[in-house]
Design a protein around this ligand. Structure first.
Ligand SMILES: [Zn+2]
Length: 327
């Protein structure tokens, strides 16, 4: 193990993570800054050994991460292209993650979900604690909760919802170990999520998944999530739904609730020009190039920004809450 890794291990040994169960979803407590605020970056669809501007995006993430003094990074999945990891020894883990996100500010916990490309390899390998021994920043589970008291982040594995991955696999093999039978897996997951959301007392509630609920990008809306996941989010005062999958940055407002749909799936290869429905109602911002997103939260305000590969702020969203709500 390198000296650097040892330093990280020491850094992360603060691991004041408190394990407790809220419903069945594993919860990790993450401390706030001393002033009670929190900031983090969101990146998706990235692992290409630095290619397709992955390294350039990583460089800008480092700069913004330092400026905002980020507390952690959230990955919306498709962590390793094209077909996830082969096993825990796969060098792609070092070549696409450890050796790319090298900036000092990015040496924080990474909370990751799986994307469909991760399922085309050994999905279970990405969940293994062995990866956390190789690079202590890494934490990827199927569905789990990060609780900072100020905000509760519900990370949801959206892959099992997508019917075509089971029925029209287009020659791809998906690693469904631990998921089958699909129907009962989904129904248990939704039950656990609903309970955890209902019980949450956090000021802000953010749900993260790989697939978009609403998107005007290449893949568009994920109908299974519109039908099965969205109603639960609408009923439980979720503020933001954050996803990747479409290789773009976008911000769409829900027409039926205060939920804002935020796509950060532009960590490397982008699909320039591959869009439709540019006139959709509720669409506030769409950028089909590379980049990432930052989130800054306090008791009363959320400030979300989208950056391109040069570090320019392309779009900003602010939301506020009353400090005290009256009955
Ligand atoms: Zn994807």
């Amino acid at each position: 193990m390198s000296t650097l890794s040892k330093v990280f291990l020491f850094t992360f040994s603060f691991a004041s993570w408190v394990f407790h169960t809220s419903a069945e979803l594993q919860t990790f407590a993450h401390p706030l800054k001393s002033d009670g605020s929190l900031s983090f970056l969101v990146i998706g669809d990235w692992g290409r050994r630095g290619a397709y501007n992955q390294s350039r995006v990583a460089f800008q993430m480092g700069k913004v991460g330092e400026k905002l003094d980020i507390d952690f990074v959230v990955s919306t999945g498709d962590n390793f292209y094209d077909n996830g990891l082969v096993n825990v020894q796969d060098t792609a883990f070092l070549e696409s993650f450890t050796n790319i996100y090298t900036a000092k500010s990015l040496q924080k916990q990474w909370y990751s979900v799986l994307g469909n490309h991760d399922y085309r390899g050994n999905a279970v390998a990405q969940l293994s604690p062995v990866l956390g021994e190789i690079d202590p920043r890494w934490l990827c589970l199927r569905s789990f909760i990060v609780n900072t008291e100020l905000v509760e982040i519900f990370l949801v594995d959206t892959n099992p919802f997508v019917e075509e991955y089971f029925t029209e696999t287009d020659g791809h093999k998906y690693d469904w170990r631990g998921i089958l039978p699909q129907k009962s897996y989904i129904s248990n997951l939704l039950k656990d999520l609903e309970l955890a959301l209902r019980e949450s007392t956090a000021k802000w509630k953010i749900v993260v998944g790989h697939h978009a609920i609403r998107s005007v990008g290449y893949h568009g809306d994920t109908q299974e999530l519109v039908t099965q996941l969205l109603p639960i989010l609408q009923e439980n005062n979720v503020d933001f739904y954050v996803n990747g999958h479409d290789h773009c940055l976008e911000h769409i407002s829900d027409r039926e609730s205060p939920i804002q749909f935020l796509t950060s799936g532009a960590g490397s290869k982008a699909w320039r020009g591959d869009t439709h429905e540019v006139n959709r109602r509720g669409l506030n911002f769409f950028y089909d190039g590379q980049g990432f997103m930052s989130v800054q939260l306090s008791q009363t305000e959320a400030n979300i920004e989208f950056y391109d590969v040069f570090g320019n702020v392309l779009h900003r969203l602010t939301a506020s809450k009353q400090l005290y709500s009256s009955i």
